[in-house]
Design a protein around this ligand. Sequence first.
Ligand code: FAD
Length: 481
Amino acid sequence: MSTEEDVVDVVVVGGGGAGLAAAVSAAEQGASVLLFESQKELGGSTQLSAGLFTAAGTSVQRGLGVEDSAEKFFQHYMDLNQWLLEPGLVKAFCDNAGPTLEWLIELGVEVPAVVSASAHEPGLCRAGVEDVWRGHVPKDQGYGLVQTLDAARKRHGVEAVLNSRVQRLLVEAGQVRGVVVDDIEVRAHAVVVASGGFAQNPALLEQLYPTVLEAGDDLFVVAAEGSQGDHLAFGEQVDAAVVGHDWGLLMPTVYFQRLHHWQSGFPPRSRVHVNPQGRRFMDEDASYAVSGGLIDLQGGPCHVVFDEKARLGLPAGYAHWDAEHVLAEAEAGRTLRADTLEELAGLMGVPADALVATVERWNTQLPQGEDPDFLRHVSLAAKGSSEPPAPIADGPFYAARILPAELVCTHAGLQIDGSAAVVDRVGDTVPGLFAAGEAGAGILGARYVGGGNAVANALTMGRIAGLGAARAAATRTTPTV
Ligand SMILES: Cc1cc2nc3c(=O)[nH]c(=O)nc-3n(C[C@H](O)[C@H](O)[C@H](O)COP(=O)(O)OP(=O)(O)OC[C@H]3O[C@@H](n4cnc5c(N)ncnc54)[C@H](O)[C@@H]3O)c2cc1C
């Protein structure tokens, strides 16, 4: 038996980007908020991220003279995802991503109005394959976002309880009335599920993202430890609809990379990606908005081909793309190596004449300044790299298998509407239940629109969920006359 004083307005499950944004926005509405985090510190995957945030019509874009709007963002988002997503929900996201970025800036996040060449340089960068740049890189990356939101949480006096994994929802007569954590019932007028994705849960991956299993032993997960998929069990309790089956971000990597690319390192600029026909098939610097899909469609193993000069030119200090590491892989026979391209083709199982022609053609193109076939010079320019790469000419030659194998985030979760309310199997919203981030699904689609898609989704929909939960709580506490 509980009294009204025991009931908190809003309980937030998870203290990553979505949860912190929800907690702060609910508190801004005057709601009492309690946040539970299963790990020993806040942050989740958001804290590990580069913090890149996709948004349109922002002050940062305006500062650089970039004309953009939520409408253009929406059109690009839906087209890239082949209109497989619910337009109303995506519109709510696109409309609110810009204002959420401004909100973060007001809270203290710094995104300077300067051109950025990468996710590690604060400013505006090219996020994916968009017509105008929409990638906002904050100072101090994901860590900076979490610190700023956490400082706002503290200013509002919101308690964050660490090391406390919410076990289940409290549901009474179809209404969500709180949560159970450490076997204790915590009553609330509204609950926001912001528990992240399920990248660290092999059984759920098999069930809801089976494509990742195709990477076999090469699969590695960079998402935070707490990504256990608890949202799905919460959803079952209220018959929530689950959307986003088999969608997520599986980034292309060479088989020997086992860490996120900023630690693993970067392949040599002087390289071509070759398909089973021995042909080039993509811009090697294409955004992961499209690169994973391109590799998947080749119908067999694809390789990164480079030469000895490129290997020796790799910068030191990275764990895997390092001259010695590549040599060790070649000595072990895992990276293919041969004195001639013809021999290399034999090892790769591709037609020798095609591989030789591919390399010869490329040598006459990008190293001379332009890549008329795949426009890679455009991608390189966006990364601030104007120097043409050297030809691939000095044996021995190398081929390392490339495939989508780095699991960053998962997209299957509880269906939400534009106010981040959870939708059940028949299409009704579940009273008192909101979800956001990887837990709240329908915005992150089959195609990741580019760096910043997931953080923008988490913080934008987290902010909206906090607002919705605070309003729902206010409705529930207002006495009827
Ligand atoms: C290395 C890396 C780099 C990335 N870079 C970018 C980027 O630059 N831009 C971008 O858009 N995306 C990026 N992503 C993806 C993006 O960071 C995430 O998709 C997004 O931040 C997820 O936010 P979230 O709040 O949903 O989940 P999280 O930030 O993971 O937060 C969920 C929290 O809930 C906690 N939790 C889980 N279950 C429970 C429970 N039962 N009870 C209580 N707490 C629970 C977890 O421990 C976690 O702290 C990156 C991801 C990684 C791993």
